[in-house]
Design a protein around this ligand. Structure first.
Ligand code: GDP
Ligand code: MG
Length: 296
């Protein structure tokens, strides 16, 4: 009995602490108006809010987004309760002059860093700080089948200076499977050409395995997604879907779109790394700049 050190109870304690502290993961959606940002948020949450009786949570129709506002729910992933916070933003790109339209979004992200730093400088060492820093920006690309727009390049570059950027092809049901694959390849090539530094990053410390993993993520992005604010019943199961004259698109069917890949990426496989990268790269860059300015 003397060899028993109680690791299981330690895990339970850590988990309890995380729960009490409100373990939080913050995502923001960015892109042109009408690309389905609000609908996708609704779809992500709906896929988690199936209650014990297998019913979907109440359907709320998506309205036009007029301001930056967070939508928040507690979900369970890998047996851990997590507060998933998705920040919705009004679209842009529909004005004749789009100059500076992304400023409010960049400012919102920086404001969260700034609030965290302020609390860090005043908090007692062991006091927990509520974390509203944005861990991931989903950038919505118009499914034109042609190429990125100039504004996409500008906004993704701006965003990548302050946050982990993950691109998605919006409304992927408007492209055929071949068009979708060709478009994804084209987008990846353009992002490389324009030197847009997206998540994940290779660092000097990355080992062979991490570099491989990062590469495999890059070949999956941009995730081609479909969203819906309607439930459909497929094989007796209630899921989000889009009914068309030709049939039903099940957002959770991997043959129909990459929604499930995106969801796994966000809430399972890369959650921890997105949080760490935010703290170690984006927040750290902000923090050292601010502290340097204080000294001068
Ligand atoms: P937002 O302005 O980016 O927030 O876009 P909304 O979520 O308000 O969606 C705009 C319109 O596009 C609505 O009529 C949605 O029903 C529709 N829509 C949203 N997602 C999809 C999708 O994946 N495929 C298709 N075909 N339509 C979509
Ligand atoms: Mg919206």
């Amino acid at each position: 009995a003397s060899t028993y050190v109680g690791f299981d109870s330690i895990t339970a304690q850590i988990e309890h602490k995380l729960l009490k502290r409100g373990f939080q993961f913050n995502v923001i959606v960015v892109g042109q108006t009408g690309l389905g940002k609000s609908t996708l948020i609704n779809t992500i949450f709906a896929s988690h809010l199936i209650d014990s009786k297998g019913r979907l949570a109440a359907e709320e129709p998506v309205r036009q987004t007029t301001e930056i506002h967070p939508v928040s729910h507690v979900i369970v992933e890998n047996g851990v309760r997590l507060r998933l916070n998705i920040v919705d933003t009004p679209g842009y790109g529909d004005q004749i002059n789009n100059e500076g339209c992304w400023d409010t979004i960049i400012k919102y992200i920086k404001d969260q860093h700034s609030a965290y730093l302020r609390k860090e400088l005043t908090a007692m060492r062991d006091r927990h700080i509520q974390d509203t820093r944005i861990h991931c920006a989903l950038y919505f690309i118009n499914p034109s089948g042609h190429s990125l727009r100039a504004i996409d390049i500008i906004v993704m570059k701006k965003l990548s200076e302050v946050v982990n950027v993950v691109p998605v092809v919006a409304k992927a049901d408007s492209l055929t499977l071949e068009e979708r694959e060709a478009f994804k390849q084209k987008i990846r090539a353009e992002m490389t050409y324009h030197n847009i530094r997206l998540y994940p990053f290779d660092t000097e410390e990355s080992d062979e395995e991490e570099i491989q993993l990062n590469e495999s993520i890059r070949t999956m992005t941009p995730f081609a997604v479909v969203g819906s604010d309607r439930s459909v019943i497929i094989d007796g199961k209630t899921v989000r879907g889009r009914k068309t004259r030709w049939g039903v698109i099940n957002v959770e069917n991997e043959k129909h779109c990459e929604f499930v890949y995106l969801r796994n990426f966000l809430t399972r496989t890369h959650l921890q790394d997105l949080i760490e990268t935010t703290a170690q790269i984006h927040y750290e860059a902000f923090r050292s700049k601010q502290l340097l300015a204080l000294k001068e």
